[in-house]
Design a protein around this ligand. Sequence first.
Ligand SMILES: Nc1ncnc2c1ncn2[C@@H]1O[C@H](COP(=O)(O)OP(=O)(O)OP(=O)(O)O)[C@@H](O)[C@H]1O
Ligand SMILES: Nc1ncnc2c1ncn2[C@@H]1O[C@H](COP(=O)(O)OP(=O)(O)OP(=O)(O)O)[C@@H](O)[C@H]1O
Ligand SMILES: [Mg+2]
Ligand SMILES: [Mg+2]
Lengths: 263, 263
Amino acid sequence: MRILAVTNQKGGVGKTTTTINLGAALAAVGERVLILDLDPQGNASTGLGVPPHERKETTYDILVNDAPIEEAVINTLVPGLDIAPSDADLAAAELDLSQTARRNFRLRDALERFHDGRVHAGLAPYDYVLMDCPPSLNVLTINALTAADGVLVPLQCEFFALEGLVQLQRTIDRVKENLNPRLEIQGVVLTMYDSRNNLARQVAEDVRAHFGNTVYQTAIPRNVRVSEAPSFGRPALIYDYRCAGSQAYMRFASELISRERQI
Amino acid sequence: MRILAVTNQKGGVGKTTTTINLGAALAAVGERVLILDLDPQGNASTGLGVPPHERKETTYDILVNDAPIEEAVINTLVPGLDIAPSDADLAAAELDLSQTARRNFRLRDALERFHDGRVHAGLAPYDYVLMDCPPSLNVLTINALTAADGVLVPLQCEFFALEGLVQLQRTIDRVKENLNPRLEIQGVVLTMYDSRNNLARQVAEDVRAHFGNTVYQTAIPRNVRVSEAPSFGRPALIYDYRCAGSQAYMRFASELISRERQI
Ligand SMILES: Nc1ncnc2c1ncn2[C@@H]1O[C@H](COP(=O)(O)OP(=O)(O)OP(=O)(O)O)[C@@H](O)[C@H]1O
Ligand SMILES: Nc1ncnc2c1ncn2[C@@H]1O[C@H](COP(=O)(O)OP(=O)(O)OP(=O)(O)O)[C@@H](O)[C@H]1O
Ligand SMILES: [Mg+2]
Ligand SMILES: [Mg+2]
């Protein structure tokens, strides 16, 4: 079970879109995937067609009320892709956990119990857990980084997004030192990439110069079908398999799998 | 002195870009404008050309250490436009204020002292204070909403952004009830609008149906010059006055002024 935190405190860079579509692409090639929606906006839950009234147990219950993860997990319309949804209650987690011991380990402890429980029950473990993080470095993101084996950083090819990388790297280093020594950047994926745009090409060059091979070869192009898909509650791969965005996410998923095989 | 909170917890919708360019456009027509950078990313400070080593007193010091606002205020390259900058320290404000009395009123109290101080010293008051908020509904955004006369909501014409409006409205209602009875939505401004895109047109229609005249007539178009400007530390109005983005921000500013005159 590989646990990846999909995070970047810069807003609107494609964290949720990458979590949903990478999850769907991995499931499409037979991997068992669980998505944890750690954003109070609940966009990953909505983008996978989970209506608000079906979010009975949420990641808030897992983090704050010690609810077992298996109670929150529900199937999505994509075979092999499940989700533990979130809703606006999650916004209260920061204050509700502020007096709790081991506040940064809540998710890691819950995932360990969950994984052991599945093994005990003779259930096939999940191959991947993808955690969609909110656009901040608060207790939700710190929980994800503490539980994760690796960090997947979606990066929009814009100036402000580049600036945020320094703060993100500093946070990852601090979590690695104090909370989770095995934490590494698994990869950086360029999103909403438009090769005709000078700024995008320049940012992509800077990022590849700085992060080297950590940056995936596959860049996800800006593609309107990708932004339409969530309004139908489907990943782009189901909404429009042939569009440039879906094809890029399929290539990205196979690149990720071969990178994982080398680890 | 009109105090406006530029906020939307959805990430990447154009809060910072709107704060910088509306601020510059208002200053261009003679209004005195102060920007408060309340985002730990410090994008508004960078986008106005304030290098990290010049951010000696920041909004963290105002909120947590009771530093007077006038100590943090610095001029920008735009005459009539000043800023109180921020840096990554601001990310610690949530925890550092968690035990503080009147934690939600820190900014409001500081702004009242600041305004009184200027009047006492015979200095012209600022006409507008624009607060750039982070993409979350945490103590920084609550401080801004508690201090504000009105809320300016930049809205990207995308599905996830539409979904976030419900949560934002609920938070504004709660702040109005418990912390700031004068709080109103001053306006909603559509950003990165592409009229050729079906989804954008549909979202714009939904928003206008729901919010009526609160939605500004001027929609800010997606325009690459706007996203290039911050890498030169300048607002779009200085970087490229003639581009479609700058012209839209100028129209938006004059629409905002005439709306303010009617209040
Ligand atoms: N490849 C793409 N092409 C076109 N639009 C995209 C693409 N990827 C994401 N988007 C759109 O851009 C917006 C931002 O993406 P998304 O919401 O996934 O980012 P995020 O980082 O999760 O945002 P937040 O910081 O609010 O959590 C969304 O409206 C999404 O539909
Ligand atoms: N009208 C526009 N045309 C083109 N690009 C734009 C426009 N407005 C904003 N952008 C770009 O979109 C990205 C998001 O904008 P911005 O950073 O202002 O949003 P934000 O809401 O402040 O984000 P955050 O939630 O991280 O604070 C930036 O890279 C910015 O340069
Ligand atoms: Mg998201
Ligand atoms: Mg911003």
